[in-house]
Write a protein of this length. Structure first.
Length: 189
């Protein structure tokens, strides 16, 4: 718990990046598919880098840190692939986003399940995970709708998950302060 609370800023930063991605997607509905591909590639790459840096910087205190690194590597790989191949079709982009969204959602749900006895408010992680899985399933179920029509779903998802991540990050900060106060109070005088 202290590892998570000490690194609350990374969680907040991931949330802010997600909110920015979602806001740009919603505010610029006339964006071309190529620009969406590049924007998603940059987002996926940045999210992967943040996840890897956080996992490696805390590897001594996180017994399952390799799973976080793998998630980060997948995000970076997806970002690079997307940036190198901006000519992907809307259907291929949607399938890629859908698979990524389901994978991230499942990893988030696993994290929430493992942390349920350590924290309160894990519902934020559960909700973020369920939103990610739901977005992925919707995108897989209706790939023919078109990428531009799905911008609203993608942007709304990114903002909702970003808000949940920011709220969870600040909750982690609050828990960290409580842990620090408890440690100070337990010290012999």
């Amino acid at each position: 718990m202290s590892v998570l609370s000490r690194n609350w800023g990374w969680v907040v930063l991931r949330g802010i990046v997600s909110i920015l991605f979602g806001a740009l997607t919603l505010l610029l509905p006339g964006i071309t598919l190529a620009a969406l591909v590049l924007l998603f590639g940059a987002y996926s790459f940045a999210d992967g880098v943040f996840l890897i840096v956080w996992a490696i910087s805390n590897h001594r205190n996180l017994p399952r840190w390799p799973a976080l690194v793998i998630g980060g590597v997948l995000g970076i790989a997806l970002g690079i692939m997307t940036l190198l191949r901006p000519d992907l079709t809307a259907t291929a982009l949607l399938a890629t986003i859908a698979v990524w969204s389901v994978a991230i959602g499942i990893l988030t749900l696993v994290a929430a399940f493992r942390l349920r006895h350590e924290i309160t408010g894990e519902w934020r992680l559960v909700l973020a995970g369920l939103l990610a899985v739901t977005l992925g399933v919707v995108l897989l179920a209706a790939p023919g709708v078109g990428a531009l029509a799905m911008l609203g779903w993608i942007g709304t998802f990114a903002i909702a998950v970003g808000v949940l991540q920011v709220a969870f990050g600040f909750q982690l900060r609050s828990w960290g302060r409580q842990i620090d106060h408890a440690k100070l109070a337990a010290r012999p005088v």
